[in-house]
Design a protein around this ligand. Structure first.
Ligand code: ZN
Length: 138
């Protein structure tokens, strides 16, 4: 499931485990931000989880609004981010800034296999090229 890489770019294994734990909890208890804040432990973890929860919700809503597949969960998104060490999946250098749909949203939807972290320059249509390797997740 999880990448076993040790050279995590910005967060410790422990932080990642906490984030996943909170994300799993949030699957069944939506919008209870005060509890999410408590579970997250640190303000930093809370801000990350709140930001990524918003991001996943926004992309799910966007996919639903055009009747595309909309199955991505916060847990899946965190696993994707971890697999790419929270970097852009395309250049694998810059920190990720946006969730990018590898296949256009109306065809690929917001799903585990279609959502990748990307930096803004790599999202520009002229520069975009596929990642060299598939996501490091099962
Ligand atoms: Zn990039």
């Amino acid at each position: 499931m999880l990448s076993t890489r040790k050279d995590s770019w910005m967060m410790t294994r422990e932080d990642m485990q906490i984030l996943l734990h909170v994300a799993e909890w949030a699957l069944n208890h939506r919008h209870v931000m005060s509890t999410i804040r408590k579970l997250a432990g640190t303000e930093e973890n809370y801000l990350i989880i709140a930001r990524e929860l918003d991001r996943v919700h926004a992309h799910i809503a966007q996919a639903r609004s055009i009747h595309a597949e909309a199955t991505l969960t916060l847990v899946e998104w965190l696993v994707i981010l971890d697999a790419y060490q929270w970097k852009c999946a395309y250049c694998q250098e810059k920190p990720f800034e946006v969730m990018h749909h590898h296949i256009p949203l109306h065809e690929g939807g917001s799903t585990l296999s279609n959502c990748l972290p990307a930096c803004r320059p790599c999202c520009s249509p002229r520069k975009k090229k596929p990642p060299d390797q598939a996501p490091l997740i099962d």
